[in-house]
Design a protein around this ligand. Structure first.
Ligand code: SF4
Length: 122
């Protein structure tokens, strides 16, 4: 049995403390979860951790100065910094509708940044 790893499940406010270990044959053993979401989270977190990214970008000629955005699917955790760098000098022109793609195929993941609200033109 390899060393175990402790995680906190982030799928609900219960925040269950999970413990993940591996058998010598590579099987994942998870304990501490109270539902299957926790089990799935723990397995994914040790094998291929991913996250949804949320942020906001400035709007040009909009009724609001900023528009909130998020990825339309999870991206690999190791690419979060690269994905955020794409937003560094980003500005979008109003009008914007909720769901509009702000940046397509970020970092070659096939995932898009989309607007999460609408912003009308001034
Ligand atoms: S294991 Fe289930 S109950 Fe526990 S924090 Fe995760 S989602 Fe919530």
């Amino acid at each position: 049995m390899r060393e175990s790893q402790k995680l906190t499940c982030i799928n609900c406010p219960m925040g269950c403390e999970l413990e993940v270990s591996f058998t010598d044959s590579g099987e994942i053993i998870v304990s501490g979860y109270k539902c299957l979401k926790g089990l799935d989270y723990a397995k994914k977190e040790v094998m291929n951790p991913t996250r949804t990214i949320t942020s906001s970008v400035p709007v040009v000629d909009g009724e609001m100065a900023m528009v909130s955005i998020r990825t339309d699917r999870d991206v690999p955790k190791k690419l979060i910094r690269d994905c955020m760098m794409l937003l560094k000098d980003m500005k979008v022109n109003a009008p914007i509708s909720a769901g509009d793609i702000i940046i397509e195929n970020i970092c070659g993941t096939g995932v898009n940044f989309i607007a999460t609200r609408s912003v009308r033109k001034k």
